[in-house]
Design a protein around this ligand. Structure first.
Ligand code: ADP
Length: 765
């Protein structure tokens, strides 16, 4: 018996199989070949050379047969009999193969009539197929010999583009019905491929034809794609691209498994399925993330400081704190330190200094805006079962940065709000928690990612609306806003050059004078930061660009007059000092999330029966302040107490003051009421801030630097502040302290004396 190993051939019972004579002769060894010789064909798993074969190289099922023809054109015909289980394969030193075998029976589950019908259909198809080619005549000779589907499969085997496993599956199938189906699938598929290639026949409408056709097209596409890829290695198909990326991305074990699972699904579904878009997006996202740990590099503090100074004027306290943080990171060889929270009015440079920090550290920068975020999934992502699922903003930011250790600015953490969809603040807490964030799991990604090297910086206008646990995790750094002199320097050194460059105006053809900048600052902006200033400067440059374009030879000098004439904005109506001072009206100072403001506390008596009416933006706390003020004034001026009983008292605090800031209006309220009852007019150039207790003691307030800056802007010359706020004066700009006479007071009586309501020797309030 001759054992012949075969690879990539369809073997089936009762068929003629053609071999080249040398191939069979080699297996026969010394025996030589003769017609009638018994043969067994066994299938190798891989395309191995004869010499490398081992007993493990073979599949367990083969087929027996006999040589029916050895012809002189160089081929041998073997007619197959029944299928066999092969065992105990041994390969001799002379490379001859020995084995034992037993017959493997078919499951005869196909009736003769079905078999005949199937064969008939197949032959019909084959005839039609062959008709499209010029060798149709010779095909007829072959077709006449085909008396079973199995034979058809063996005859066509050499031309079919199916794998070795698929071919072996036909041999290994016990059920005759199932085997027939496998053969039909392969043959119809094959003919469809031929058809498409030749475009010889019109498409078949029958359902199963359509399916075979689809498969054939897929195969054809795969085949063409392979060829294309070989021609253009840069265009490797998506699947290959993802395979490569998964292999090289350095993903952790869980992530790799998940990505491979999704990739397998993408392979199975094919690019036409409705799911494929989602699967593609997922793979694109996770493989686009950087999974590599970046080296922590030592940062030169001096250089870092230089970069911070280059990008931003002033902000020395902030820059000092950042340098300290970098020093600590250097010492601890860490890439992130404590989480900084920059708090201040808009346009004070909170976000842009974050960018500058990234530059100083030589790291990537990414900004994630949290304003208006109210779903937990905005932070942590949507589960992928959800249509239109997306990663959360944190992971999205990481992906955009392209690294695992960016400087990430989380903007507007004070604008997070909770909804029925979970609290984004608690999700953020997890992001910022160094104990947990090395395995942060975004719902969309569904695998952990290490955020511990990310340097987080948060920004906010106010700390009031930040939940306590979140606030506790961060270190607050105040951005107090800029004085007009600081704004001038910022405008001259940063904003004007940047704006001119953006508009394509060369420094040689335009000059902006300091007076012009002062004019813009004082008359066209009113803000703690420089955002509005920047807009005005941009606007001016844009207007002037037209002039420069039409008269290119004339140098444009921007003076205050040019500003007034050209700027496309109305001058600000400053709430400056009241033109007509009145009894009962006093200037107060308020703090708002966008900086300080001056405001007028207005009081008035109207005919009535002792009711108090409060209007304007007053919170409950301020209402209490008003009650205390009324009681205080009644005791301070007992002879005037009657007025409160005979009239209604109306207190109005115009808009602008934020309800929250109520308490600090205590001394202004008391002074206004004192002025009202005594008729003594208080100079509106005098402003005051401080809370008052029932016994007249003045208690401290917050936001002093912003308040005094606003006072300076408005032209206030004297300000009363609580004595306990004296410490905060170190944060107040010198130019403000120079322009305003600042008086610290511990009792409200001191204010009343200083403004002339109480005689210097009067009641000790
Ligand atoms: P915030 O985040 O506090 O609202 P931004 O960082 O967006 O403010 O700053 C607004 C603009 O003002 C930016 O163009 C920024 O470069 C500029 N800016 C703010 N402060 C300074 C400064 N100290 N020096 C130079 N430019 C500044």
């Amino acid at each position: 018996m001759i054992v012949v190993p075969v690879y990539n051939m369809i073997l089936a019972p009762n068929a003629n199989i053609y071999f080249s004579t040398p191939q069979v002769r080699r297996c026969a060894g010394d025996k030589g070949l003769a017609a009638g010789e018994r043969v067994v064909l066994i299938v190798t798993r891989d395309n191995e050379s004869y010499r490398d074969l081992t007993p493990e190289s073979f599949y367990p099922i083969g087929i027996s047969g006999e040589i029916t023809e050895i012809n002189n054109q160089g081929y041998v015909v073997i007619h197959t009999g029944y299928r066999v289980n092969v065992e105990n394969i041994e390969i001799g030193l002379d490379e001859s193969i020995r084995l034992s075998m037993s017959r493997r029976y078919d499951i005869d589950d196909m009736t003769k009539s079905v078999e005949a019908e199937k064969l008939e259909g197949m032959l019909d198809e084959m005839r039609k197929y062959a008709a499209g080619f010029e060798w149709a005549d010779s095909a007829e000779y072959w077709l006449r010999q085909i008396d079973s589907l199995e034979r058809a499969a063996c005859v066509m085997s050499p031309w079919m583009d199916i794998s070795n496993e698929e071919r072996y599956a036909i041999l290994a199938e016990d059920s005759r019905t199932r085997r027939a189906e496998l053969i039909e699938e392969a043959l119809y598929g094959f003919m469809e491929v031929g058809r498409i290639t030749n475009e010889a026949m019109s498409s078949q409408q029958e359902e199963h034809q359509k399916m075979y056709r689809e498969q054939a097209i897929k195969r054809q596409i795969e085949h063409l794609q392979k060829e294309l890829d070989e021609m253009h290695p840069e265009n490797v198909s998506d699947i290959q691209k993802f395979e490569q990326k998964i292999a090289t991305s350095g993903m952790n074990e869980t992530a790799r498994k998940e990505a491979e699972k999704v990739l397998n699904r993408l392979k199975q579904e094919g690019s036409q399925s409705p799911e494929s878009g989602m699967l593609y997006d997922y793979l694109d996202f996770v493989t686009g993330l950087s999974w590599k740990k970046e080296e922590a590099s030592h940062i030169d503090l001096e250089k870092a400081r230089k970069i911070l100074d280059e990008d931003h004027f002033g902000l020395n306290k902030v820059k000092d704190r950042i340098i300290q943080q970098i020093a600590v990171m250097n010492l601890r060889k860490e890439q992130s330190g404590s989480i900084l929270l920059f708090v201040g009015a808009p346009g004070t440079g909170k976000t842009s200094i974050g960018k500058s920090i990234a530059r100083a550290l030589g790291r990537e920068y990414v900004r994630v805006s949290l304003g208006g975020v109210h779903d937990e999934s905005d932070i942590r992502g949507h589960r992928r079962t959800y249509i239109g699922a997306m990663p959360g903003r944190i992971m999205d930011g990481i992906q955009k940065s392209g690294v695992s250790n960016p400087v990430m600015v989380l903007d507007e953490v004070d604008k997070l709000s909770a909804s029925y969809n979970g609290s984004p603040a608690s999700a953020l807490l997890e992001v910022l928690d160094p104990e947990q964030n090395n395995t942060f799991t975004d719902h969309y990604m569904n695998v952990p990612y290490d955020l511990s090297d990310v340097m987080f910086i948060c920004t906010a206008n106010t700390t009031d609306t930040i939940p306590e646990p979140l606030l506790n995790r961060m270190e607050v750094i105040q951005f107090t806003g800029y004085t007009p002199i600081e704004k001038l320097s910022i405008a001259r050194e940063h904003l004007v050059p940047k704006s001119m460059e953006a508009m394509g105006i060369a420094p040689s053809i335009m000059e902006v004078t300091d007076d012009a900048l002062r004019k813009i600052i004082s008359d066209y902006t009113m803000e703690a930061g420089v955002r509005g200033l920047r807009k005005r400067i941009d606007n001016l440059c844009r207007v002037l660009a037209v002039k420069i374009e039409t008269e290119p030879d004339r140098k444009v000098i921007v003076t205050p007059e040019v500003v007034d004439n050209e700027i496309d904005a109305r001058p600000i109506q400053h709430s400056r000092i009241l033109p007509e001072p009145k009894a009962g009206v006093v200037t107060g100072l308020a703090w708002t999330p966008v900086g300080g403001e001056i405001l007028y506390i207005e009081t008035m008596f109207t005919k009535g029966k002792g009711e108090t009416i409060i209007t304007g933006q007053l919170g409950d706390v301020m209402k209490e302040s008003a009650r205390i003020a009324v009681s205080l004034v009644k005791t301070l001026f007992p002879d005037k107490a009657q007025l409160f009983a005979e009239n209604d008292l109306h207190i109005h605090v115009p808009e602008g003051a934020v309800p929250k800031d109520g308490p600090s209006a205590g001394i202004a309220l008391t002074t206004a009421l004192s002025s009202l009852v005594t008729g003594h007019v208080v100079d509106p150039h005098i402003a005051m801030t401080g809370e008052v207790a029932l016994r007249g003691a003045v208690t401290p307030i917050g936001g002093l630097p912003e308040k005094l800056m606003a006072a300076e802007r408005a032209g206030i010359t004297k300000a009363f502040i609580p004595v306990e706020n004296e410490y905060d004066l170190k944060d107040v700009a010198d130019e403000v302290k120079e322009k305003i006479e600042i008086c610290t007071v511990s009792k409200v009586g001191e204010v009343l004396k200083a403004v002339g309501i109480l005689a210097a020797s009067g009641t000790a309030a």
